[in-house]
Design a protein around this ligand. Structure first.
Ligand SMILES: C[S@@+](CC[C@H](N)C(=O)[O-])C[C@H]1O[C@@H](n2cnc3c(N)ncnc32)[C@H](O)[C@@H]1O
Ligand code: SF4
Length: 367
């Protein structure tokens, strides 16, 4: 079982907090993008067996791309299951929704961030709060098998009641999946240049805890650090990453992990990628692979399959006892899972396990 991720770099402008691989040209180069993605797919498909189970158009802003170009890629990839697409509210209208459905999209993920008119302008987005509400109503009525809303928290201007109101909108509309991201100040962004700070740790924690409680009380279970879903509405594509499975990455800046264990990374230079620059291929070291597998699978409620990680990397996991004593992790069968208190500390816990375990290496295993 594997997935295919396709990166669509087009954005109207760069949001002041975003460091993703994007391109803000006035007219997206849809045909060149499509042809180049199809070449990436020709290269990658020979390394995988059978059809992928999921296809994910992420960005950048896939909703800014010509649906005909997206359709050509969807036809070529020919996934057996979920086809997801990230859409920004300003691109959502009845015709666009119909085109995305016709090309096979089953799951639409709406990049709202906030519905609050007081906060939205601070995020420098290309859409208003009103457009977000309209887009949400249209999306919910469009008949996708699943929908999701992305929200952000941790801006210094954001009061607890602002985030509570955002969550209420989502719950009132019956949205079955929410991705809730804590704002991080990324190198190279305008927020960093402006020396903006996210809220202090106590307020961050209060916003976070209240949001988790509201979403869970509303029937959306936390199944990954930042993701909440009703039964049957998890992101099946993202679960490939969080369960340590393989995937192909197509498009500028996209990464993949082949069944052979080779990691593939396309260049982040959109122009160079369009001009055909070759992807970099690398066999990761056992230590790097161990950290990545622990870091990515610990984030998910099903946790780390320690035996499998050992078989793949040749490194047996050593979990510092203080993590269990402090109530951050626990064992469930052969799986190491996070306790609620561990979710906010996942990066530190994964780093701690990796450093304790790589001291205890017992040789290499087959990948
Ligand atoms: C890279 S965007 C792509 C989808 C779409 N363009 C959008 O903006 O929603 C995916 C998600 O990452 C979030 N994101 C980007 N930069 C972030 C940051 N510095 N901190 C937290 N979330 C961030 C966005 O807000 C969005 O929800
Ligand atoms: S629209 Fe999304 S991908 Fe584009 S700059 Fe903003 S956050 Fe980044």
């Amino acid at each position: 079982m594997y997935g295919v991720y396709v990166h669509v770099p087009w954005c109207r402008t760069r949001c002041p907090y975003c460091a993703f691989v994007i391109d803000t040209r006035r007219r997206p180069a849809d045909e060149s993008w499509r042809d180049r993605v199809l070449l990436d797919w020709e290269r990658e498909r020979s390394h995988f067996v059978g059809r992928p189970s999921t296809l994910s158009f992420g960005g950048g802003t896939p909703s800014r791309a010509d649906p005909t170009a997206l359709a050509a890629v969807a036809r070529a990839v020919d996934a057996t299951g979920e086809v997801s697409l990230e859409a920004n509210p300003e691109d959502v209208n009845l015709e666009a929704l119909r085109e995305w459905r016709n090309l096979g999209v089953t799951r639409l993920s709406l990049g709202v961030q906030t519905f609050q008119p007081r906060i939205a302008p601070r995020l420098g987005r290309a859409h208003s709060s009103r457009q977000s509400l309209t887009a949400l109503a249209l999306t919910q009525a469009a008949g996708f098998a699943s929908t999701s809303v992305d929200l952000i928290f941790g801006l210094s201007e954001q009061r607890p009641e602002d985030l509570a109101a955002d969550l209420q909108v989502v719950l009132d509309h019956g949205v079955p999946h929410v991705a809730l991201y804590g704002l991080s100040i990324e190198p190279g962004t305008r927020y960093e240049a402006d020396k903006r700070e996210p809220v202090d740790e106590d307020r961050w924690r209060a916003l976070h805890d209240a949001a988790v409680e509201t979403l869970e009380a509303g029937g959306l279970q936390r199944y990954e650090v930042s993701n909440f879903a009703r039964t049957g509405h998890r992101s099946l594509h993202n679960e490939h990453y969080w369960r340590g499975r393989r995937w192909a990455g197509l498009g500028p800046g996209a990464h993949g992990w082949r069944p052979s264990g080779i990691r593939v990374a396309n260049t982040t230079d959109v122009e160079a990628w369009l001009a055909g620059r070759q992807a970099e291929e690398e066999q990761p070291s056992p230590e790097a692979l161990f950290f990545e597998l622990v870091w990515s699978t610990l984030r998910h409620v099903d946790g780390v399959d320690v035996e499998r990680v050992g078989a793949v990397t040749g490194i047996s996991a050593s979990v510092p006892v203080e993590y269990e004593r402090a109530g951050l992790v626990r064992w469930r069968g052969g799986f190491l899972v996070l306790e609620p208190a561990g979710f906010v500390l996942v990066d530190g816990i994964a780093t701690g396990i990796a450093s304790a375990s790589t001291k205890n290496r017992h040789g290499r295993g087959a990948v």
